[in-house]
Design a protein around this ligand. Structure first.
Ligand code: SAM
Ligand code: SF4
Length: 419
C-alpha cells in the first residue's frame, strides 16, 4: 500500500516536472505588452531585494553579496521601476518583500517603505528577513511602517546542521534570541525551516519541530530542499545524493508532530496557530506584478521574469523601460493547471473563485485532473469545491516541489547566463 502510494507520488511529480518545464519555457523580451491595468482585482506587488551578507550554498534565489554602494543604487532603481508601473495606471495594496534579504540595508528599506506609503493605499506588507538583522530597533521600525507579517529564515536550530548547510549567519541559540524578540510583535511571525538536507536525520528534524512548539511560534514554513541543478551537483559531490524518497518521511513527521500543538495547515508547507497571513501571494492573488532583479510575475496570463543581472536590470530601468528579460503568454490550459496547483497548495480549490476567474466550474475546466486526484484520494469534494485530504498533502507538496525546482532551474539559467 505504502509502495503504491509512493509510486503515485512519483508519477504525479514527474507529470508536474514535465509540465513545469513547458510552463517555464519563456522567450526573450516582453512577448506582448499587456501590462496595463484592466479594471479587475488589483494585483499584488512582489519586490525582490537580491543582497545578502553571506551567501548560503543551497540557496536558489537571485542573490548577490552585499555591497553598500550597489545596494543603494539598486533601491533607487527599484523606485524608478515602481514609478513605471504607476505611470501605467497600476495601484497596489498588498506588498511582499522577498530576497535575498530585504532588511540588509535598513535605511534604504525604510525610505522605500515610506515612498510606498506616500504613493499608494498600503494595506498589507509581508517581509522576509535574516536572524542577523532582527534587533529591537528593526522590529520597532518595521512595525511602525505597517509590516504585518515578518518571516525569518532559520533553516535549523542545530549548529551542526547550520554548519553543514553553510548557513553561517547565525547559531541555533542566536536564532532563538531573535525569535523571542520578534514573536508577538507582528500580526504574523513566521520562521522557515529546511528539511531533507543530505546529512539531516529525522531525529535532528524532530528536535527542530519541537523547538518551534516550545517557543510557541505563530507560523512555520517547512521547505523541502530544492536546489537548482548546479547547486545540487555541488552538494551531492560534497555530501550524498539528495533523495526525494527520503523527503516523505520528513513530511510524515511534520504532520505527526505539528497537529498536536494546535497548528493547522495554511498551505501544505506552512502551518499556523490561529488565522495568520501567509506569504503565498500566488494563492491569494491571481495576478502579481514583479519588481526587482530576478523576480517573476504573472499578469493577465503573461508570465514574465525580470533581468537577473544587476547591470542589465539597472540599464533597462534607467532608460525608462520595464526590465523584463523573458516572458510567455500562457495558453488557457496552462493557466488553469497553474491555478489548480496554487489553489491545492493553499489546501482548497474554491468553486466560486474559479468560476469568477475562468467563467466555468472547476469540473468543466479540469475534470480529468480532478478525477485523477480524487481517485488517488488526494482531494475530496466539499460543498464549495475541493479540499486536499491529509493523505493528499504530500502529493501536493511533491507537485509544488517540482514546480519550484523547475523555477529554480530557470533562475540558475538566467544567473549563469548573465541574463
Ligand atoms: C529568501 S529566503 C529567506 C530570508 C533570508 N534570506 C534568510 O535566509 O534568512 C526564503 C527561504 O527560502 C528557503 N530556501 C532557499 N533556498 C532553498 C532551496 N534551495 N530549497 C528549499 N528552500 C530554500 C529557505 O528556507 C529560506 O528561508
Ligand atoms: S537563504 Fe536567505 S540569506 Fe541565504 S543566500 Fe538565500 S536569500 Fe540569502
Amino acid at each position: 500500500m505504502r509502495r503504491a502510494y509512493s509510486l503515485i507520488c512519483d508519477l504525479v511529480s514527474r507529470i508536474v516536472r514535465f509540465e513545469g518545464r513547458k510552463f517555464l519555457a519563456l522567450k526573450p523580451g516582453l512577448q506582448e505588452d499587456i501590462l496595463r491595468p484592466e479594471g479587475g482585482p488589483e494585483p499584488a506587488l512582489y519586490i525582490h531585494i537580491p543582497f545578502c551578507r553571506r551567501l548560503c550554498p543551497y540557496c536558489s534565489f537571485n542573490r548577490y553579496p552585499f555591497e553598500e554602494e550597489r545596494t543603494r543604487r539598486y533601491f533607487r532603481q527599484l523606485r524608478r521601476e515602481l514609478d513605471l508601473y504607476l505611470e501605467r495606471g497600476f495601484t497596489f495594496r498588498s506588498f511582499y518583500f522577498g530576497g535575498g534579504t530585504p532588511t540588509v540595508l535598513m535605511d534604504e528599506l525604510v525610505a522605500f517603505l515610506e515612498y510606498l506609503h506616500s504613493r499608494l493605499p498600503v494595506e498589507e506588507i509581508s517581509l522576509e528577513t535574516n536572524p542577523r538583522d532582527v534587533t529591537p530597533e528593526t522590529v520597532r521600525t518595521l512595525k511602525g511602517l505597517g509590516v504585518r507579517r515578518l518571516s525569518m529564515g532559520v533553516q535549523s536550530f542545530d549548529d551542526g546542521m547550520l554548519k553543514a548547510m553553510g548557513r553561517l549567519s547565525h547559531t541555533g541559540q542566536e536564532a532563538i534570541q531573535k525569535i523571542n524578540l520578534a514573536q508577538g510583535q507582528f500580526e504574523t511571525f513566521n520562521i522557515d525551516l529546511l528539511y531533507n538536507f543530505p546529512t539531516q536525520t529525522l531525529e535532528l528534524f524532530r528536535r527542530d519541530i519541537e523547538m518551534v512548539k516550545e517557543l510557541g511560534i505563530d507560523q512555520v514554513t517547512f521547505y523541502p530542499l530544492m536546489p537548482a541543478p548546479k547547486k545540487r551537483h555541488a552538494m551531492e559531490r560534497r555530501f550524498s545524493k539528495i533523495d526525494t524518497h527520503r523527503e516523505r518521511r520528513f513530511y510524515d513527521l511534520i504532520l505527526q508532530e505539528i497537529y498536536q500543538d494546535g497548528y493547522r495547515p495554511s498551505t501544505v508547507w506552512c502551518f499556523s496557530r490561529g488565522d495568520r497571513m501567509i506569504d503565498e501571494y500566488i494563492i491569494d492573488y491571481q495576478d502579481y506584478i514583479a519588481l526587482g532583479s530576478g523576480s517573476v510575475g504573472l499578469y493577465r496570463g503573461l508570465f514574465y521574469a525580470n533581468h537577473f543581472d544587476l547591470d542589465n536590470y539597472g540599464q533597462k530601468v534607467q532608460s525608462g523601460q520595464l526590465p523584463i528579460a523573458m516572458s510567455r503568454v500562457l495558453p488557457r490550459r496552462d493557466l488553469l493547471r497553474y491555478h489548480l496547483l496554487t489553489q491545492l497548495f493553499g489546501m482548497e480549490l474554491k468553486e466560486e473563485s474559479h468560476r469568477r476567474r475562468f467563467g466555468r466550474t472547476p469540473d468543466e475546466d479540469l475534470g480529468l485532473e480532478l478525477s485523477a486526484l480524487r481517485l488517488i484520494g488526494a482531494v475530496e469534494r466539499t460543498p464549495g469545491g475541493y479540499r486536499v485530504t491529509e493523505r493528499g498533502m504530500y502529493v501536493v507538496s511533491g507537485m509544488m516541489r517540482e514546480f519550484f525546482t523547475a523555477l529554480n532551474r530557470l533562475r540558475e539559467y538566467c544567473m549563469v547566463g548573465g541574463i
